[in-house]
Design a protein around this ligand. Structure first.
Ligand code: SF4
Ligand code: SF4
Length: 258
């Protein structure tokens, strides 16, 4: 699966600051708060930062800013043809129907054989109501009908926060309870704040089709990512480390199995 966005999106941002202007006696809360060890005396490592934003609010001098880290839509078709993913996740926002339509067309024109398309959207970044979100999902349902693939509606509760506390999934679960009866046909997945404790907020007879474990899974496998970084590799280039990472991530599934 590859993730793309039809516009500005916090999932595709990076943090930056100029370490030369930091006071030498700063206790470096930015470094302490970063879950991916992306911050050092040299600033932010672009490759390690995944845009969670925690460092931005941690700096007492407001020296950290964010920037969009996106490829241009012009290159999307080529990327799809090169990677040939079997699934695509599209991050969208309620009022971006036209931008979403453009992305859908690019995917259609690339003619890659997709098994699934996931649409990720939530309310956290807007003042919209569940009925507005449902309308947005229905619009995307119509747009995506030409693809004739399995659709997944991903409800983004509290983005990129699942590793912060056991209770961060509450927003996603609440959103799901309100949205589930009014969503278009397709699978429903919870995301944004979800973690190994999410099942505790759900009743046994009513569970979603899937859970995304983004931030919390990243935190689990981060030490292995760090180890491979030291050998100038990315984790997916090292089969042993990749296998270990998958085993670690699988532990998040244990509560669901039992
Ligand atoms: S705290 Fe988050 S936004 Fe800041 S550098 Fe680390 S990963 Fe990036
Ligand atoms: S918290 Fe702010 S001032 Fe301190 S090291 Fe980080 S960016 Fe620099």
């Amino acid at each position: 699966m590859i993730s793309i966005s039809d516009g500005k999106d916090i999932h595709f941002r990076k943090a930056k600051f100029d370490p030369k202007i930091c006071p030498p006696n700063c206790k470096r809360p930015c470094e302490n708060v970063c879950p991916t060890f992306a911050i050092s005396e040299y600033g932010v490592s672009k490759n390690k930062c995944y845009g969670c934003g925690r460092c931005i609010t941690s700096c007492p001098l407001n020296l950290i800013s964010e920037y969009e880290y996106q490829l241009s839509q012009d290159s999307l078709k080529d990327i799809l043809l090169k990677i040939k993913p079997d699934a695509v996740e599209i991050h969208t926002e309620i009022n971006r129907k036209d931008a979403f339509q453009k992305i859908s067309k690019i995917i259609k024109d690339a003619d890659v054989k997709l098994k699934k398309i996931s649409v990720s959207c939530g309310l956290a970044q807007s003042n919209a109501q569940p009925k507005d979100l449902a309308k947005a999902f229905w619009e995307r349902y119509e747009i995506l009908s030409e693809h004739n693939v399995q659709l997944i509606w991903q409800l983004d509760g509290r983005p990129m926060s699942g590793d912060i506390a056991s209770t961060t999934a509450k927003a996603a679960v609440k959103l799901w309870e309100r949205m589930q009866p009014i969503l278009p046909p397709g699978l429903i997945q919870l995301a944004g704040g979800t973690n190994g404790n999410t099942y505790k907020f759900l009743s046994k007879d009513k569970i979603p089709d899937g859970i995304a474990f983004g931030s919390v899974a990243r935190k689990l496998v981060q030490p292995l990512i760090e180890e491979t970084f030291k050998t100038n590799q990315k984790i997916y280039e090292n089969p042993d480390k990749m296998a270990q990472a998958i085993e670690k991530a699988k532990t998040l599934l244990n509560p669901w199995k039992s």
